[in-house]
Design a protein around this ligand. Structure first.
Ligand SMILES: Nc1nc2c(ncn2[C@@H]2O[C@H](COP(=O)(O)OP(=O)(O)OP(=O)(O)O)[C@@H](O)[C@H]2O)c(=O)[nH]1
Length: 194
């Protein structure tokens, strides 16, 4: 059994589908302050730092437990995006993404006793179709507020597919965590049977 330092429903669903036993204990860290302190570090490094900090925070509070943390962020053009603050921000994000390539970086980290044992990041590239105002309004009418908790303002398992013309990358990375890498790490640690 591992501790999962996440409130993300889609990440928890991934672990359940993979039959990875966990107890959820979301990390209480100031993600935006940590992200701001990293300045213009490369996006994978920011996602890794946040995933590590979430795992470390919960591992320090639970000595002896193996803790998994994860984080996702989007880079598009020269801008970095987290989850939309409100519906207006969601529409603004979609307007900006229109016709561009969205780089979705997801990272995961495993920690025990306040020490990071493993961490990795993965990137998916999602080519966004030209999005009209009419489409954005209809899309948010259907998908808000469900996508309020989604970086990139989409649920790939839902109507998010309508936004894209082409996707390159791992499905789980897009959902929010590089699950295949997490599974391999847990197997290498003997937590999961091979
Ligand atoms: N359902 C769904 N969620 C997505 C998708 N893409 C990204 N997300 C979610 O977007 C969120 C990214 O925000 P984060 O700050 O990394 O994580 P969080 O939701 O705050 O949860 P924590 O792990 O507790 O930090 C995560 O919950 C991802 O699972 C998708 O296609 N479908």
């Amino acid at each position: 059994m591992i501790l999962f330092a996440s409130k993300s429903a889609s990440r928890r669903a991934m672990l359940e589908a993979a039959d990875i036993a966990f107890t959820a204990q979301p990390a209480d860290i100031d993600e935006r302050a940590l992200e701001a302190s990293l300045g213009e570090a490369p996006a994978p490094e920011i996602a890794l730092a946040l995933a590590r900090e979430k795992a470390l925070a919960v591992s320090q509070a639970n000595p002896g437990e193996l803790v998994l943390g994860s984080d996702s962020l989007v880079v598009c053009g020269d801008m970095r995006f987290d989850k939309p603050a409100d519906r207006e921000a969601a529409a603004a994000h979609l307007r900006f993404f229109s016709g561009k390539v969205m780089h979705l970086h997801s990272a995961a980290a495993l920690a025990r006793g306040g020490e990071v044992l493993w961490s990795e990041a993965a990137e998916a590239r999602l080519h966004v179709a030209p999005l009209s105002e009419a489409f954005i309004e209809a899309y948010l009418a259907a998908e808000w507020p469900e996508v309020a908790g989604c970086v990139g303002v989409f649920r790939i398992e839902g109507r998010g597919v309508q936004i894209f013309e082409e996707i390159a990358g791992d499905y789980f990375t897009i959902l929010g965590m590089p699950l295949l890498k997490v599974q391999a790490a847990l197997r290498s640690m003997g937590v999961l049977a091979r």
